[in-house]
Every structure is written in structure tokens, then in C-alpha cells.
Design a binder for this molecule. Structure first.
Ligand code: SAM
Ligand code: SF4
Length: 354
């Protein structure tokens, strides 16, 4: 068994981990897997500390122009209720997060490029800044937009953006999206570059256990995130959403339990590969196992996104089966860093703030 702690002590000037080694790490089972997870937990403690940062998740709208084969709110889904929160509802959520001392919020939703939507977000971000005296951090996760839109939202006061690459393997990407210009792999890569050039703290991530995905694909996903020099990552297991083309396909797939273990190993390996970034313990982990997010924290994650969407909308943002509607944070209470933005150390270092 490799002694992994050598990796993070080098503080990652040039990562010593390559695809072959990562495949080995992702293939560990049983006691060896546990050692990897523990090592990543120690790496997290040593480099970014034991603090857990909260981002209140606001599921802003389930209206989407895209038709991703895996997603429960895709354009073709026959969802009973398509909704967009009103300005008042979003401000109420922001006020709640602020009063609960969460430090940050995430506004997430389907991809919508209409001017109405774009300017609504500009207004919302400005009003949240005003409401909280600029003290509540704002992350957006609203899909691929033009560089100009990203700039408008950034200038309004959003400072982080999450856009998953979903998979860095172009062939696999094509197999889980419709084949049309709206779902173009090169555009996805360009959007991530635009976000970085605009000045955002950039987060990306992948789905783990997609039909047709190999261990080498996942190792290459980790290297992709490393090479993009991301600040944040949110990744988790692919979970079937009934009625979607990917759920219905006959492609071979891993059982949920294996996807779960693989997700923990991905979190741990990324922590060792990029010790100073922020890594979210994602909701999809909890969809498979009730303590999923807690396990991800132990394996090196340091961010939790409790859902603060008004209750009546939660069932309409149904991305995949068994999606949990809430998270009990009592169990990690002592480690929660209330009132802090919790910017990724990597971003601060890159910007010369430390
Ligand atoms: N529309 C934006 C976008 O796609 O970037 C943000 C919202 S989208 C619902 C957020 C993430 O949900 C996607 O990046 C995708 O990885 C994840 N997701 C969608 N369907 C999923 C599924 N069946 N299993 C796991 N994750 C899923
Ligand atoms: Fe829309 Fe995002 Fe779902 Fe794709 S993953 S269908 S872009 S909400």
C-alpha cells in the first residue's frame, strides 16, 4: 500500500499523481480503501483545516432549455409544475441564510438565456448584496451562458460559479447528451474558460458511475480538474431519474453501492491531488446512503450545501430518484464555520492574498 501522505506534504507545486496512480487509488477496496479515505481526511485537516462551510442552496427554477439524458428536470420531462421563484421568495431565502449565519448561498437552476432571466439574476444579486451589506457570499450555478452574461452577473456581485464538466471524456459526454449545438462539448469547455477569465472562483465536477464510464475516465476527470486549476469541486454519483433516456438505456452500469464507494474514492483522490481547494459533500451521496454527506466530509470534503428552497417547490426540482429534501447538520455542528465565506485557499493563493 502506497504511503499517500507524501503527496500533500509537497503542497502540490507540480502534482506527483498521474492517471495510472489515480486508477490504482480508485480501484482500492476494503481496508485499503479505508486507508485512502483516512489519509485524505488527514490531508484536508492539515491543509485547509477541519472547518465545514455552509452554502444555502436555492433551487431557483426548474425551467431549462436543455435536454440532458440523465436529468429529471430536462426540457422533455413531463413535470407537473415548472416554476421560477419570485424575487421576494429568493430574498426571503437569502435573509434566512444570512440570519442563520450561513456565510454564502448558491442560486442554482435550469439553463435559461432569455434577457428576462439574465436581468432578473442581475437584480437579485444586487438586492441580496444590499440586503446583507455585502456580507453574504453568492455562488451561481445557472448553466452555460455567454461571456457577457457571466460578466454582468459578476459585476452585480456574484463571485463563484459552479458548472460541472459532467465527464471530461468527449465521447462519453456525447453519449449522455443530445447530439445538437445546444449540448456541445467544446462550448462547455469554453464556458469554463470564460468563467475563469471573468474572475470567478470556478467550480466544476463530474458524475460518477455513468453507464459506459471507465476507471480511466474518472482518473482523467481528476487530471482535467487539476489541469484547469479549479477552485472548487462538486461531484457525486450518477443516480437514475425515472423516465429519462439514460435511466431507460440498457447500457451496463455499476450498482449504486459501487458508485457510492467510487464517489468517496474520487473525493479522497481529488483532495490528495489538489489539497487546497474546496470540495462539496454532495446531495447525491445522501440519495444513496443517509449518511452519505458525512462520509464525504470524512473523506476530504469541506463544504455542505443545505437546501433552503421554500418547501413547496422542492419536489419539483427532482433531478434524480430518492433525492433527499433536507440534511441534518447537527452531527457536524462543532466543525461548522458560521458567518465565514470560506473562500478556497487555492483561489486566495493564486490571487496573491496570502
Ligand atoms: N442547469 C445547471 C447545469 O446543468 O449546470 C445547474 C443545475 S443542474 C440540475 C446541476 C447538476 O445536477 C448537473 O451538473 C448534474 O451533474 C447534476 N445531475 C443532474 N441529473 C443528475 C442525476 N441523474 N444524477 C446525478 N446528478 C445529476
Ligand atoms: Fe438543464 Fe442542468 Fe438538467 Fe442539463 S443538468 S437538463 S442543463 S438543469
Amino acid at each position: 500500500m502506497q504511503n499517500y501522505h507524501n503527496f500533500y506534504r509537497k503542497n502540490d507545486p507540480v502534482s506527483p499523481l498521474g492517471v495510472d496512480r489515480l486508477v490504482e487509488m480508485l480501484s482500492l477496496e476494503g481496508a485499503e480503501m479505508e486507508l485512502l479515505l483516512e489519509e485524505a481526511g488527514r490531508c484536508r485537516s492539515a491543509v485547509v483545516g477541519d472547518g465545514v462551510y455552509l452554502r444555502g442552496l436555492i433551487e431557483y427554477s426548474n425551467i431549462c432549455r436543455k435536454d440532458c439524458h440523465y436529468c429529471g428536470i430536462r426540457r422533455s420531462s413531463s413535470i407537473a409544475c415548472r416554476y421560477t421563484l419570485t424575487e421576494g421568495e429568493v430574498l426571503e431565502c437569502a435573509r434566512y441564510a444570512f440570519e442563520k449565519n450561513y456565510g454564502s448561498i448558491v442560486i442554482q437552476g435550469g439553463e435559461n438565456r432569455s434577457e428576462d432571466h439574465i436581468s432578473a439574476i442581475v437584480r437579485l444579486v444586487g438586492k441580496i448584496k444590499e440586503l446583507t451589506g455585502g456580507r453574504l457570499g453568492i455562488t451561481l450555478s445557472l448553466g452555460e451562458q455567454t461571456g457577457d452574461t457571466y460578466r454582468r452577473w459578476f459585476e452585480a456581485g456574484a463571485h463563484r460559479y459552479l458548472l460541472r464538466i459532467e465527464t471530461s471524456n468527449e465521447r462519453l459526454y456525447k453519449s449522455i447528451h443530445p447530439c445538437d449545438p445546444l449540448h456541445d462539448f467544446a462550448s462547455r469547455l469554453r464556458a469554463l474558460e470564460d468563467l475563469r477569465n471573468t474572475g470567478y472562483q470556478v467550480g466544476t465536477g463530474v458524475m460518477i458511475g455513468l453507464p459506459g464510464q471507465s476507471m480511466e475516465d474518472l482518473a482523467r476527470d481528476l487530471m482535467y480538474m487539476h489541469d484547469l486549476d479549479i477552485d472548487m469541486c462538486g461531484m457525486g454519483p450518477y443516480v437514475e431519474s425515472e423516465g429519462t433516456p439514460l435511466a431507460a438505456s440498457r447500457l451496463p452500469r455499476l450498482p449504486l453501492g459501487k458508485r457510492y464507494d467510487l464517489s468517496l474514492k474520487m473525493v479522497a483522490s481529488l483532495r490528495l491531488l489538489m489539497p487546497d481547494i474546496n470540495i462539496a459533500a454532495t446531495t447525491a451521496m445522501q440519495a444513496i446512503y443517509p449518511e452519505g454527506r458525512l462520509h464525504a466530509l470524512r473523506a476530504g470534503a469541506n463544504v455542505i450545501m443545505p437546501n433552503i428552497t421554500p418547501g413547496k417547490y422542492r419536489e419539483s426540482y427532482f433531478l434524480y430518484d430518492n433525492k433527499p429534501l433536507s440534511f441534518d447538520s447537527n452531527i457536524i455542528e462543532k466543525n461548522i464555520r458560521y458567518g465565514e465565506w470560506g473562500d478556497p485557499l487555492r483561489f486566495s493563493r493564486r490571487s496573491g492574498n496570502r
